[in-house]
Design a binder for this molecule. Structure first.
Ligand code: EPU
Length: 428
């Protein structure tokens, strides 16, 4: 196998101490939630695809494993991936990969679009609530696909896919991406009504168009004119994956908790407008500088209310970091979760660190305290884990965040990047 996979060590921890006045520069990596879909999109065309700015995270390793199980050859070095897709593929996504990474469902659209067949293990729920895929299936059915489920797998078939109007009840990121990837080679025009508009969806649209697809915006709808065949997009420099706005948000929250001034190279201000507005309201100074952002915090932040919404609203993925920020800000902030209703489990861990948080339905009422108190805590998902690390940087004494493997699904060298700007943190 050309990809070297690191065994997941479930005993790994991040250990932090109270850190003050961060200073220096951090380079933001390529976006997890973009690269995983671009890798799935490679399945649409035979040949050699090259992706650049690929983050060194374990979800990318899992997607490599999934593609290799289908017969694709993947080589990974220096933040580049070379994805060699043969003429014929095994069109099955097995449970042992899907259960470890829900984003595996992104192969459903490309497999149906190119081969008219797919067998994908049904993803289960996860730590922040049920994660259904009904919208993906209904949308693909509009194009002519049929589905059955047996033995924990979804079997999809489509003799031919035909363009149609696809109305999404909710702008689901994953459903939008699956329809796009199925529709690019369908007969005629597909119109997606109420699509997701996240920057990662935009990156997929750009990548598919470079592969020969014909996708464009018609007002607030996405129009896809089917083409006969796609070809690999990339030249040898590779397609540059957009930068990870969620990683950038994590670093911004760390500056908010510790104070100081940090330059986030490659952070895309245009993808984070609402977040920047919210952090500015709380007292952070954020300016666009060259190809990145500078964040400066000179005093304790002030609380604000936060409500998660689909893009361009405040992303649900930012919410755990914002809660960590509010635990040490002055005043009371109310955080409302509108996307994943179960995404509050880490609150109990923050309470172990002395945070004053009350949950009422899908609202968290956070009363800031002058400082948290370090404690052993456990990460249950990527973003909650990163939020505990951020909180630990603002806590007196030592915080040990167990479950580092959850965090490493989506963060490249989080400890190294934070330590590089003066935070007291190590990965053990
Ligand atoms: N939903 C349905 N049915 C569906 C699909 C979604 O009811 O068929 C519901 C979900 O349960 C949820 C809402 O719609 O309540 C939003 O789900 P969406 O489909 O937009 O999310 P996703 O595609 O499963 C991606 C990201 C998430 C991010 C969300 C929202 C990837 C791999 N994941 O998930 O990122 O939170 O969009 O922006 O792109 C993360 O990176 O930690 C992460 C969870």
């Amino acid at each position: 196998m050309s990809v070297v996979l690191n065994a997941v060590d479930e005993r790994g921890t991040f250990v932090t101490q109270r850190s003050r006045d961060l200073d220096g520069e951090v380079c933001i990596s390529g976006a997890k939630n973009s690269v995983l879909k671009l890798m799935a999109a490679c399945l649409l065309a035979q040949g050699r695809h090259v992706l650049a700015n690929v983050p060194d995270i374990s979800d990318v390793s899992l997607m490599c494993e999934l593609l290799e199980a289908m017969g694709v050859t993947v080589t990974r070095a220096d933040h580049r991936l070379v994805v060699d897709v043969p003429a014929e593929l095994n069109t099955e996504a097995p449970y042992h990969v899907v259960e470890r990474m829900r984003a595996s469902i992104a192969v459903l659209g490309p497999l149906l679009g190119r081969f008219g067949a797919a067998r994908v293990a049904l993803p289960g729920g996860d730590d922040f609530g049920p994660r259904p895929i009904d919208m993906h299936l209904r949308a693909l059915e509009c194009l002519g696909a049929t589905f059955s489920t047996a033995h924990g797998d979804i079997w999809g078939t489509a003799r031919t896919l035909t363009g149609a109007e696809v109305v999404l009840d909710y702008p689901s990121v994953g459903a939008t991406e699956n329809v796009l990837m199925a529709a690019v080679q369908a007969r005629g025009r597909t119109l997606i009504v109420n699509p997701a508009r996240e920057p990662e969806v935009g990156d997929l649209v750009s990548f598919l168009n470079l592969m020969g697809a014909r996708i464009g915006w018609v007002g607030d709808r996405l129009a896809v004119d089917g083409v006969e065949q796609l070809t690999p997009a990339s030249n040898d420099n590779g397609y540059w994956v957009i930068s990870d706005r969620i990683e950038a948000a994590t670093l911004l929250a760390a500056v908010g908790v510790c104070g100081g001034s940090v330059y986030l190279r490659h952070a895309a201000a245009g993808h984070m407008t609402m977040l920047i507005r919210k952090l500015t309201e709380m007292g952070m100074r954020i300016s666009v500088e060259d190809a990145g952002l500078r964040a400066t915090v000179a005093r304790r932040l002030t609380s604000a209310n936060v409500s998660t919404l689909p893009y361009p609203g405040l992303a649900t993925d930012y919410k755990p970091f914002l809660v960590s920020l509010l635990t040490t800000a002055s005043g009371v902030g109310i955080v409302t979760e509108n996307i994943f209703t179960g995404r509050f489990r880490y609150i109990d861990e923050l309470r172990r660190m002395g945070a004053d948080i009350r949950i009422e339905g899908h609202h968290a009422v956070v009363r800031g305290t002058a400082h948290l108190s370090g404690a052993p805590v456990r990460a249950h998902d990527i973003r909650a884990g990163a939020a505990l690390v951020v909180a630990g940087l603002g806590a007196e004494g030592e915080t040990e965040v167990a479950g580092a493997h959850h965090i490493e699904r989506g963060y490249e060298d989080l400890a190294g990047k934070l330590a590089g700007v003066g935070a007291v943190i190590s990965r053990r």
